[in-house]
Design a protein around this ligand. Structure first.
Ligand code: HEC
Ligand code: HEC
Ligand code: HEC
Ligand code: HEC
Ligand code: HEC
Length: 382
């Protein structure tokens, strides 16, 4: 975790199991002069557009997330570890782990937090997590005329702004394992080599005043869009507009060589494996053959992702994710005699965050979006 934006905790009592930073929350932050609270809602009074963008992002949902809540209710004794990343500031935690018994994540010694700010905790990965340190607001400029102290922070301008939280591979027990490698995947890619940082893709550039009444500047949208799978079953209108600003990762081409139909799948736009992050994520590429009236004759599905067994011991069984810019051809085997009537191939790409089976296990079916269609295309057959 060297060089991460997330600064090591300095509390007198510290948890130390495997030595990862998230065994402790980020240290308590005082409210900078000129402000009365650290709450995003207050930042949003002046930074209105940025606030609206962040509100629509999954960072704002990091605590409310229904899957997160469901998982926490299943093994509450390890929640303290989860919360250190999903509501990472000490100010956001009602209770703090000051140690563990017998080196076990399942036996934390919890202490009531006298400096708990109940308004800040539902905000999840809130503005202050990335922007406030020692009473100063960290930013990309450092020279802005703000009603609060500001300082330019180089660590906000590269992958360190994101990599600390988005890089976690650790095995605590046979079944309590953190496993996502996004920052390392990025580092090993062409994007890492040419220093095209996470924010360059996930926070698209825009010229605008960044605060009410301020000058027009080069700024970045705080959308942090990824899979585009919404958290809420009905998508707010503004969120749909944001989705349109952001292309998905996979490109698909349909080629027809001597009667053999192939899909050319490419990780065209993601700066890491596709999909990255949570190992439960996967992509379904669904191809359909249709006749001249548009009637579906047959369907074939190709899955991109990892497969894990979670019990009795966590184990990865397979992984066919696409590396950055990797291209793969998938032959469509449509062999049924009625395919003679086929005149059209239709392809739909769906991003999934968890399987229907796991959603059912967590009682999330129907109340928590599991997938989203991110691409549709069709091509006539000769
Ligand atoms: C996950 C980290 C993260 C969170 C959460 C976050 N920001 Fe930022 N913010 C950044 C980064 C990174 C930049 C600098 C981007 C660059 O210029 O490369 C930035 C830039 C800014 C800027 C300078 C103008 C601009 O758009 O570049 C302002 C103002 C700002 N953020 C306000 C906020 C407010 C207000 C919130 C909460 C509503 C917030 N930020 C939440 C990471 C974050
Ligand atoms: C009362 C209005 C107001 C509030 C409240 C406010 N800001 Fe600002 N902030 C400003 C103004 C004005 C600027 C300067 C804008 C400019 O010069 O373009 C600014 C600048 C910034 C910058 C850029 C700093 C730099 O120079 O790089 C960041 C980041 C930022 N604010 C984050 C926040 C965060 C996070 C909060 C909440 C904890 C917050 N602000 C609360 C008005 C406010
Ligand atoms: C303090 C920890 C933290 C930091 C710093 C952080 N993130 Fe995140 N990020 C999270 C968490 C937690 C989630 C998952 C929230 C949820 O879905 O419940 C997340 C989700 C995301 C997603 C997933 C979107 C989706 O649902 O498909 C993207 C993309 C993302 N972050 C990008 C970034 C980028 C870019 C940065 C740096 C500018 C960044 N993050 C910094 C913790 C962090
Ligand atoms: C070259 C552009 C680019 C860069 C650089 C990049 N990403 Fe992404 N990222 C994407 C795209 C595009 C997607 C959407 C993939 C999809 O369609 O599911 C994505 C998806 C994600 C997701 C959601 C999971 C998924 O696969 O959908 C997370 C989390 C994420 N990125 C984090 C990061 C972090 C952290 C970094 C830096 C270490 C980073 N990204 C760098 C383009 C980029
Ligand atoms: C090291 C920081 C870290 C820790 C510790 C952590 N998370 Fe996360 N979590 C993340 C990040 C970053 C993401 C975004 C990656 C993604 O969504 O693919 C995320 C995403 C999630 C998601 C949303 C996945 C989706 O598909 O939208 C859930 C649910 C979740 N975490 C549950 C947990 C639980 C339960 C724990 C504790 C056992 C935990 N997390 C511990 C950083 C962390």
């Amino acid at each position: 975790m060297a060089g991460a934006l997330v600064f090591a905790a300095t509390a007198c009592a510290e948890v130390r199991i495997l030595g990862f930073w998230w065994e402790n929350p980020l240290p308590y932050q005082a409210t900078p002069k000129g402000l009365t609270t650290l709450s995003a809602a207050q930042c949003g009074v002046c930074h209105q557009e940025i606030y609206q963008e962040w509100l629509a992002s999954t960072h704002a949902q990091a605590l409310a997330d229904k899957q997160f809540q469901a998982e926490m209710s299943k093994s509450p004794e390890t929640n303290w570890l989860c919360l250190n990343c999903h509501t990472p500031l000490e100010n956001q935690l009602a209770q703090i782990a000051i140690g563990v018994t017998a080196g076990s994540t399942h036996q934390p010694i919890l202490k009531k937090n006298a400096r708990f700010d109940a308004a800040l905790s539902p905000e999840g990965v809130t503005c202050a997590v990335c922007h406030v340190k020692n009473g100063v607001v960290l930013g990309p400029y450092g020279d802005s005329k703000a009603p609060h102290p500001v300082r330019r922070e180089p660590r906000l301008l590269d992958e360190r702004a994101c990599g600390a939280c988005h890089q976690a591979t650790a095995a605590y027990t046979d079944t309590l394992v953190c496993t996502f490698d996004t920052a390392e995947e990025w580092r090993a890619s062409l994007y890492g080599a040419r220093r095209q940082y996470c924010s360059h893709c996930h926070m698209p550039e825009v010229e605008r005043p960044v605060a009410v009444g301020g000058p027009v500047r080069k700024s970045r949208r705080h959308l942090f869009l990824g899979s585009k799978i919404p958290k809420l079953t009905t998508l707010p209108e503004n969120q749909r507009q944001y989705y349109d600003l952001y292309p998905n990762g996979l490109s698909v081409d349909i080629v027809n060589e001597k009667g053999l139909v192939k899909l050319v799948l490419k990780n065209a736009r993601a700066g890491h494996l596709l999909p990255t992050g949570d190992p439960e994520r996967f992509i379904l590429v669904k191809a359909e053959m249709a006749d001249s009236a548009g009637r579906m004759l047959d369907r074939q599905t190709y899955r991109i992702g990892q497969e894990w067994v979670w019990y009795p011991q966590v184990r990865k069984i397979s992984d066919n994710r696409l590396k950055p810019l990797e291209e793969r051809q998938v032959e469509l085997r449509f062999s049924n005699p009625r395919h003679v009537r086929a005149t059209l191939v239709r392809v739909t790409v769906e991003n999934w965050r968890l399987s229907q089976q796991n959603a059912a296990y967590h009682k999330l079916t129907g109340v928590y979006p599991q997938s989203a269609v991110v691409l549709r295309l069709e091509k006539p057959l000769p």
